[in-house]
Design a protein around this ligand. Sequence first.
Ligand code: HEM
Length: 446
Amino acid sequence: MVLRATFAAAASVPWSLLAGGLLGVVLLWAAGWLLDRLWWQPRRLERALRAQGLCGTSYRFLTGDLKDFARMNQEAWSRPLPLRCHDIVPRVAPFFCNNIREHGKTNMSWFGPIPKVTIVDPDLAKDVLSNKFGHFEKLKFRALFKLITDGLLNQDGEKWAKHRRILNPGFHLEKLNRMLPAFTACCEELVSRWADSLGSDGSCELDVWPELQNLSGDQAERVMKSFQKIVIPGYMLLPTENNRKMHRNNKEIKTILRDIIGKRIQAMREGESTKDDLLGLLLESSMRETGTSGQSGMAMTIEDVIEECKLFYFAGMETTSVLLTWTIVVLGMHPEWQDRAREEVLSLFGKNKPDLEGFSRLKTLPVLMIHHCPDIWGSDVHEFKPDRFSEGISKASKDPGAFLPFGWGPRICIGQNFALLEAKIALCMILQRYEFELAASYTHAP
Ligand code: HEM
C-alpha cells in the first residue's frame, strides 16, 4: 500500500507537469494565431494595398471601421429624406459615401480585421465578379450565414458547381411559365384581401411593406444584428439571447422543411407528378441529375435540399418584396408614371390574368433599382426617370454594362427571371385593381 502510494505520487508529478506544459504550448499557439489574424496579417495587407496606391482608413485592432460604420448608419438612419428625394445613397450607405468623398472612388476600409476594397468602376466590378483573375473567393461567415442558409450562395468549388448545375434548369423560362398559376393565385389572394379593407369611399390606408414581406424578416433581421460582431472569433458559439433565438429559429425552419420534403418525396415515389413549384422542380432536377451521373440515391442529400429551400425562402422573398414595396412607393410619388404603367397593363391584359407572352411586351414597368453614380448615369441620376431605359438597358448609361442589380459572372443571381416575373405579375395585378398614393403619414426613409 505504502509503496504503491509513493509510486503514484512520484508518477503524478511528470504527468501533471506535461499536461500543464502542453496546455501552455496550446495557449501560446492560440494567442500567436489570434495575434497574427487580428493584428499582423491586417497590417501586412494594409501595407500591400497602400503600396498599390490605394487610399483608405487605417486598420484599428479587431473592430476596424465597424464602430464608425455603425455610428454613421445610426446618424443617417435617424434623419428621413425630403419627400420625393431619390438621392438615397448617403442615407442607405453613409459610410461608403463618406469614404469615397475622403479617399476616392476606389478605396479601402476595414470590416473588422478584413480589408475591403470598394470599386465603383463597373468594368472592374465585372472583372471581379466574373473571376477573371481566378483567385476571388466569396467572403463567408459560414457559422452566421448557415443559420439563414448553407445553400448555393454560401458554397464554393465543386459543391457550388454541382448545385448550380442541378438548380439552373429549375429557373428556365419555360419552367417559370409552369409556376405562373401559383404566382397569380398568390397575387389574387393579396389583391382580394386588400379589397376587403376598402372603406365606404372605396379607399383605405395600408402599410404595404408588411403586406409584401413574409416571416423570413425575423431571422434575417437577427442575422444582420450579429453581423457587426461576427469578426470576434467564436462569437456565434456564445449563448447570447440573439444567438440562442437564431439557433431555435433555424431548428424550427429545418424541421418544417424536412417534413414538407419528406412528404413530397414520398408522393413522388408513389407516382404523383411533381407540382409546378420550386420544391417540385428542385427534387425533379436533382433526381434527373442522378440519372445522368448514374449514381444511386439523390445527387443532392435531403440536408442539401433543405439548405437550398432556406436560401430561396430568404434570398427570394426578402429581395422581391423589397423591390415591389419600393416600386409601389415610387409609383405613389410619381402618379404620372403610375398612370402610364396602368395604361400599359390594361391595354395588354385588360382585366385578364397576365401571361408570359404579354410580359415580354411590357415597356414601362421597369426595373426601378437605379444605380447612383452621376459619371455613369449623367447629372440627372437622382431623378426618377424610368424612360432612361426606353431604348434598352445598355443605352441607359454611358457605360453599356453598368446596370448590375443581379450581379455578374458565374455567381449571377439564379433567381432573376423568377424575381422579375413574380414582381411583374404582382404589379400588373395591383395596377389592374388599384390606384395608390403616399399616405399623409408616410416618412421617406429608405
Ligand atoms: C429583386 C430580387 C433579387 C435581387 C436584386 C437579387 C440579387 C442577387 C445578387 C446581386 C446576387 C449575386 C450575389 C453575389 O455575387 O454574391 C444573387 C445571387 C443569388 N440569388 Fe438573387 N436576387 C433577387 C431575387 C432572387 C430570387 C427570387 C431567388 C430565388 C428564388 C434568388 C436566388 C439567388 C441565389 C440562389 C443566388 C446565389 C447564386 C450563386 O451563388 O450561384 N434571388 N442575387
